[in-house]
Design a binder for this molecule. Structure first.
Ligand code: NAD
Ligand code: WQD
Length: 335
């Protein structure tokens, strides 16, 4: 079965391509390398010993998408392509709205035209805005606090409207919590440009000596140790969640959101301690002012994915730390 993976060279996309190829799917990737390198796809082939088809293209390019759908027998699309940096989205909102929303509109237009109506979409726990309580269930009210989050929220609405107008669509909206870690081989992982925005890549760069210390954003939150609590999920577990969602949408029509998280929250200090234990590396840190827009606690109620998709996260926080560190050590300067 041929699956089109947009943004397949990126962090989550590359891990998902590995799982798809290992499960016998034929994988077609479209990526413009705006935030990734061709090397990640070469390594996906190396890990799996299988070939994938690849188009170096922008999903904003309608003509290329037309060609991709005409040349292949695509049955479903997993849509990762998009920009994801919250701070950058505040500085360049038009770029974010255009790439994420226009990109999705062009993709869906071409899908409909070619009668491909099965879609797995990368959403985010960011659509819960400032949740009133934790754990967070799918029926919690949705809101967004920055342009990036609004792109995800708007796309979710667009997909809902699309389904309302044509009940043949079958769509899984996957709301990821905090993906970290890397493939066990140490060959693919997270390779951020410049100074990492996210916690785990910052920690691994401190551990490898690229940065002198971690700045912990806020030490007075209403959490067990005052630092922010998140639901960290191993990227390989997350990738497997896409296969479960794919199996589900192949069998039914409809549109459903699913939280992909572990259901367990760890604070920044918990993660630092677990990383130190897993790697025997000391992480120097200072506690600084909270980051604007951050919340105290965010973790999933993952029951819906467990019940309906028959998926749940298997790897623990130590696995996440060991695997993130292995990728950093093996690739000190990224790909
Ligand atoms: P990533 O940046 O590593 O991957 C995105 C990929 O899409 C990159 O390879 C990039 O080159 C490509 N891309 C971007 N715009 C494109 C375009 N117009 N045409 C073709 N390719 C394009 O990001 P990721 O961490 O793998 O995230 C994948 C998806 O999951 C994104 O939609 C992101 O918003 C979402 N998400 C990520 C996280 C996270 O913490 N990593 C959390 C929740 C949701
Ligand atoms: C985790 C915790 C920080 C960096 C972001 C996006 C979200 C989703 C996932 C895409 C927080 C603290 C961080 C640092 C720190 N992405 N921290 N020092 O903010 O939960 O979620 O990525 O959809 O939309 O907002 O993840 O890794 O940035 O932060 O103390 O240098 O680590 O304050 O408590 P976040 P994160």
């Amino acid at each position: 079965m041929e699956i089109l993976v947009t943004g397949g060279a990126g962090y989550i996309g590359s891990h998902t391509c590995v799982e798809l190829l290992n499960s016998g799917y034929d994988v077609i990737v479209v990526d413009n390398f705006s935030n990734s390198k061709p090397e990640s796809l070469r390594r996906v082939e190396e890990i799996t010993g299988k070939h994938l088809k690849f188009y170096e293209s922008d999903i904003l390019d309608k003509a290329i998408l037309e060609k991709i759908f005409s040349e292949n027998n695509i049955e479903a699309v997993i849509h990762f392509a998009g920009f994801k940096a919250v701070g950058e989205s505040i500085k360049t909102p038009i770029l974010y709205y255009h790439n994420n929303i226009t990109g999705t509109l062009i993709l869906c237009t071409e899908m409909k035209k070619h009668n491909v109506k099965r879609l797995v979409f990368s959403s985010s726990a960011t659509v819960y805005g400032m949740p009133k309580s934790v754990p967070i269930s799918e029926y919690f009210p949705l809101s967004a606090t920055n342009p990036y989050g609004r792109t995800k929220l708007m796309i979710e609405t667009i997909l809902q409207d699309m389904y309302s107008s044509d009940k043949e669509w079958s769509i899984a909206i996957l709301r990821y919590f905090n993906p970290i870690g890397a493939h066990q081989s140490g060959r693919i992982g997270e390779d951020p440009n410049g100074i990492p925005n996210n916690l785990m890549p910052f920690i691994t760069q401190v551990a490898v000596g690229k940065r002198d210390k971690l700045n912990i954003f806020g030490g007075n939150y209403a959490t067990h140790d005052g630092t922010g609590v998140r639901d960290y999920i191993h990227v390989v577990d997350l990738a497997k969640g896409h296969l479960s969602a794919l199996e589900k949408i192949m069998k039914t029509s409809g549109i459903e959101p699913y939280n992909l998280g572990t259901g367990v929250g760890y604070s920044v200090l918990d993660l630092v301690k677990n990383f130190e234990k897993a790697t025997n590396k000391k992480i120097p840190y200072v506690i600084t002012a909270p980051r604007l827009g951050d919340i105290a606690k965010c973790y999933a109620n993952p029951i819906k994915a467990k019940t309906i998709l028959k998926w749940s996260a298997q790897k623990n926080i130590q696995d996440m730390c060991i695997d993130a560190w292995r990728f950093q050590v093996n690739n000190p300067n990224g790909y």
